[in-house]
Write a protein that binds this ligand. Structure first.
Ligand code: GLN
Length: 471
């Protein structure tokens, strides 16, 4: 039996029935990493020894009858979440030697559950990109075709789960970084409502858009991971109060499609795969209606102003003095510029330049404030649409995974985010579920179907997502 092919739910049942130990399970995943990761490069670092020790501790918890949902479950963590005593680099040279001095809240919660930490996964530097090619440590490859990208920026986490090198993973999603790589790798990627999961200990990219979320082989697994990490946190001032009213997902049967918006540059077989999933939902008893979200056409323009603005502000803390890389120079000004020039990769520098420009006096009214105003229109479009439907569906990506190196022009990469960025601008939850495949160069590649729900209606996503899995 290949233990790396299990889901979290299956592993939980078997661990509790003592069919095998958490150590067996962890060893199976470490073997899979040793066998496959030289090709795929999902991990930046693997913690064999501590993972085994955590598995042994988990076996003791199970033996004492104290097992929780994730006790003994081997997980992969995106390299932008802090684990006390471990390196956290956000795949940047500027943090190459940085060691975290505390645990992110999500890590504290996973430790309380007795989860096993296999290692930290590759990503686009500071979560800026859509393909994991912007990592300072080399790209991750798509397990379905290693000449293609796994998507990004959580491409290491989604490739690890897809290739059986972790049972589940954490990632972050600022503009699609869980949903799009999950779609490209054929796994489930889930972004909660903004504020539902604490961002304390997440290396910030764009703070009003960033959200930690989960990767699983199934909707149920992504949900289990979410339940383990969610909840109010006094250490995050944007954290929501704990949800009190249970949602009645069963009764939520009306789904809207913004068909006008979907015409934007979709590959024809990707659109056909999307429509065939819509048809299967209709067959499962959902009512499908058209919805209009007219401001969505401005999403990319708004996102690529607000994201760089916030990124430039957040990354100002990397000055060659307080954190990470420091290049010695004669003046303090030279220390700043030399350290930042040596430490940041090209895309990160581009965002900082664009961000400081759109925030500069004389241009802030024309760009940053205008973008914030249009962001409100996008939020209102979603709120209005959700008055008549329970969920909105869209593809996770207009295209199939592209070849590594194919999209060299940054704007063509930005354009690939068209269906995911509106969700972060509105702060609503969304999930990408594998549904269908397309063929490229004779290889079958996964397609992701995206479901979007109103604030805090995560249960609706899990219900519809499970119905798609069953269809
Ligand atoms: N592709 C988007 C960007 O480059 C989103 C990245 C993300 O979600 N972290 O900003």
């Amino acid at each position: 039996m290949d233990l790396s092919k299990l889901t979290i739910a299956e592993a939980r049942r078997a661990l509790d029935a003592k069919e095998y130990s958490a150590l067996d399970l962890t060893n199976a995943h470490l073997d899979a990493i040793r066998e496959k990761d030289a090709d795929i490069h999902a991990y930046l670092e693997v913690w064999e020894e501590s993972a085994r020790a955590e598995a042994v501790a988990a076996d003791a918890m199970i033996a004492r009858g104290e097992a929780k949902a994730l006790t003994g479950i081997p997980l992969a963590i995106k390299d932008n979440m802090l684990i006390h005593g471990r390196k956290a680099t956000a795949a940047s040279k500027i943090l190459e030697k940085y060691v975290a001095s505390y645990d992110a809240t999500v890590i504290t919660k996973l430790k309380e559950q007795g989860a096993v930490f296999l290692g930290r996964t590759n990503m686009d530097e500071f979560a800026l990109g859509s393909s994991t090619e912007n990592s300072a440590y080399g790209p991750t490859k798509n397990p379905h075709d290693t000449s293609r990208v796994p998507g990004g920026t959580s491409g290491g986490s989604t490739a690890a789960v897809a290739a059986g090198m972790a049972l589940g993973a954490l990632g972050s999603d600022t503009g699609g970084s869980l949903r799009q790589p999950a779609a490209f790798c054929g796994v489930v990627g889930f972004k909660p409502t903004y504020g539902e999961v604490s961002r304390f200990g997440l290396i910030a990219a764009a703070s009003s858009l960033d959200q930690i979320g989960t990767v699983g082989k199934t909707v149920e697994d992504a949900h289990t991971l979410f339940d383990a990490i969610r909840g109010h946190d006094t250490k995050d001032s944007t954290s929501l109060p704990n949800a009190s009213t249970p949602l009645e997902a069963e009764t939520r049967r009306r789904i809207g499609i913004p068909r006008q918006f979907l015409k934007e540059g979709m590959e024809p077989d990707m659109l056909a795969a999307f429509e065939s999933t819509v048809a299967s939902l209709e067959k499962a008893g959902y009512t499908i209606v058209d919805v209009e979200l007219p401001a969505l056409e401005y999403s990319l323009a708004v996102y690529y102003i607000i994201n760089p603005a916030e990124v430039s502000t957040n990354l100002a803390r990397f000055d060659g003095i307080r954190y990470g890389l420091s290049v010695p120079a004669d003046t303090i000004g030279d220390t700043y510029s030399k350290s930042r020039a040596a430490g940041f990769g090209p895309e990160t520098r581009r965002r900082i330049l664009v961000g400081t420009f759109v925030l500069s006096s004389g241009y802030a009214d024309a760009y940053y404030r205008k973008a914030k105003a249009v962001r409100e229109l996008i939020r209102n479009d979603f709120a209005k649409a959700f008055e008549s439907v329970d969920a909105i569906v869209m593809p996770a990506s207009p295209t199939a995974p592209w070849k590594i190196g194919e999209k060299a022009d940054p704007v063509s990469l930005y354009a690939a985010d068209i269906f995911t960025v509106p969700v972060n601008l509105a702060g609503v939850p969304a999930i990408s579920v594998p549904s269908g495949t397309v063929i490229r160069d004779g290889k079958e590649l996964p397609v992701g179907f995206q479901i979007i729900a109103p604030h805090r209606a995560e249960d609706t996503l899990f219900k519809i997502g499970s119905d798609i899995e069953r269809a």
